[in-house]
Design a protein around this ligand. Structure first.
Ligand code: SIN
Length: 301
């Protein structure tokens, strides 16, 4: 392991279960996320001699992650990775929307230094809390030479930030990742400055194909609060109920951007001759939604 102990590591905290507290530590399933501050999280975790700077960027349960927090986080990560004396950045985050934040940061920033997002499935005061071990691993990962870009470090595994997904709701290791995931060529990527100055984010809705998935939901929303974009999690290879497809084509004619993904966790969508709506390749539906949001921001300016 090649380490450079003269440089600094920055830890940016955003909340999550890693910062959660249970009222009764013997019942860790009953807890509140985002309670413990970054200084306490690092207590007993930072190896002697390692220079760590900390910032509490937010304190949220990640189910409530917002564009405003994304902008703050992007700004702070961009600032710190640009500092010569900073070797890498660690972000603490809830597991629930971590894959969206990881895709967002990697796509917009594509940092040339390591940025490790870590988390926990058990709150900070649970007897077997996994947070301290995950944080230690993340601190080690960002000191490795060559580990550039956004990664997710959890339960002894490292996943590429643009390819990770939460695939289990309560296992200690909830993440998997696919190989060969790439941002669709047809979608533009905004600059960091464009994202940071965005005051009015596009509205991109997500809808599923399923049994009797008619187009009512899409037509109703288009008539009342028309989204700028739709991502549809299709069945299998991104297939759609004929009426849902018709409604999405109508939405497209009205100016909305439409992107198909698959509701299957793995495999994405492969092109077919009969395709009438574009697809997001291997991206999951939530990754596709982030990709479309970014594309719409890039096209505005
Ligand atoms: C959250 O996502 O903030 C809560 C759940 C978790 O971190 O596992």
């Amino acid at each position: 392991m090649n380490r450079n102990k003269t440089k600094k590591i920055v830890v940016l905290a955003t909340g999550g279960t890693i910062a959660g507290l249970a009222a009764d530590s013997d019942q860790p399933q009953n807890y509140k996320a985002a309670q413990v501050d970054v200084t306490q999280l690092l207590d007993g975790v930072v190896p002697t001699g390692l220079h760590v700077l900390t910032e509490q960027v937010a304190q949220v349960d990640s189910k409530n992650m917002s564009f405003a927090v994304w902008q703050s986080l992007l700004g702070r990560v961009a600032h710190w990775v640009a500092q010569d004396e900073v070797q890498g950045v660690v972000i603490t985050h809830g597991t629930d929307t971590l894959e969206e934040t990881a895709y967002f940061l990697q796509t917009v920033l594509q940092p040339n230094k390591p940025v490790a997002i870590t988390c926990a499935m058990l709150p900070a005061n649970a007897p077997e809390s996994d947070g301290p071990a995950n944080l230690k691993q993340a601190l080690s990962w960002v000191q490795l030479r060559g580990s550039v870009g956004v990664s997710v470090v959890c339960a002894g595994q490292v996943h590429a930030g643009h390819a990770v997904q939460k695939s289990h709701s309560h296992q200690r290791n909830p993440f998997t990742s696919q190989a060969h995931v790439r941002h669709p060529d047809s979608l533009q990527i905004p600059t960091v400055a464009q994202v940071l100055s965005c005051t009015h984010w596009p509205h991109v809705a997500l809808v599923f194909n399923h049994v009797e998935a008619d187009g009512r939901l899409v037509r109703t929303l288009m008539a009342h609060d028309a989204p700028d974009g739709w991502v549809v999690a299709g069945t299998g290879n991104g297939t759609l109920h004929h009426d849902l497809q018709a409604a999405l084509l109508e939405a497209q004619e009205q100016g909305a951007h439409v992107l198909r993904a698959s509701r299957c966790a793995w495999g994405g969508v492969q092109s077919r001759d009969a395709d009438v709506l574009p697809h997001a390749g291997l991206l999951t539906a939530v990754q596709a939604r982030v990709a479309l949001l970014l594309d719409l921001i890039a096209r505005r300016s």
